[in-house]
Ligand binder design. Structure first.
Ligand SMILES: [Zn+2]
Length: 221
């Protein structure tokens, strides 16, 4: 399954953290011809990351917040599912904020001493209040001041299933439905939700598959 731009034939897809060592790319052209390519997927080693001093309720949520967490998870999936037919992702991605990289994509996580799901984004440590800029043009599909795990959260749709997420924000200064330009300020770094200190959690997705933002943005200038 792939997202193809009908006008240009441009297509986009992403391979996730636990992708198989090879992938098969099948191209079917409008004239009925077919081309098959084998893609070798580079192996990566994942770090183990320990984070302590997180609010305990955000590592093991109490039963009474389960319904809220499920509702917020559904809203996040919905914000990523649309895949508008624009090519906003084609110009590449800039860094949304600058600072020390305090958490990398894919690492196995031990939170307050307990094993949890892998980290599926890049953490950039920066003082609370540091402006966060859109790394590429797009349309805001979610803007919430306080989700349970991710606190102040924004999702931007960059077209054909490519979306980006910004979490733990102290301020959210865009609305859902708003168009943003590359470099436009969307909010501010914070420590809301499951965070032990101020940082930006930046994630990149192709539909439901989380991708490594560092691979898209390259070395931080
Ligand atoms: Zn993070």
């Amino acid at each position: 399954m792939m997202s193809v731009d009908a006008a240009t034939g441009t297509f986009v897809f992403g391979l996730g953290r636990d992708a198989a060592p090879s992938a098969v790319l099948v191209i079917e052209r409008p004239d009925g011809t077919r081309e098959t390519r084998m893609l070798a997927v580079a192996r990566r080693d994942w770090r183990i990351e320990r984070v302590d001093w997180l609010p305990p309720d955000t590592v093991t949520p109490p039963p009474e917040v389960r319904a809220r967490i499920a509702r917020e998870g559904a809203a996040i999936r919905e914000a990523r599912a649309n895949g508008r037919a624009t090519l906003d992702f084609l110009g590449g991605f800039s860094w949304p904020a600058k600072g020390r990289i305090s958490g990398v994509f894919g690492s196995q996580r031990i939170l307050n001493g307990e094993s949890r799901a892998p980290h599926l984004g890049t953490d950039i440590a920066a003082p609370a209040g540091t402006p966060v800029a859109a790394p590429a043009p797009g349309l805001v599909t979610l803007a919430e001041v306080y989700l349970y795990y991710t606190g102040g959260t924004i999702i931007i749709d960059h077209g054909h299933g490519v979306t980006s997420v910004y979490a733990h924000l102290s301020a959210v200064t865009v609305w859902s439905g708003e168009a943003v330009a590359r470099g436009g300020i969307i909010g501010a770094v914070g420590a809301t939700g499951r965070a032990s200190g101020p940082h930006l959690h930046w994630g990149l997705n192709w539909l439901g598959t989380p991708l490594d933002p560092e691979l898209a943005a390259g070395t931080m200038p």
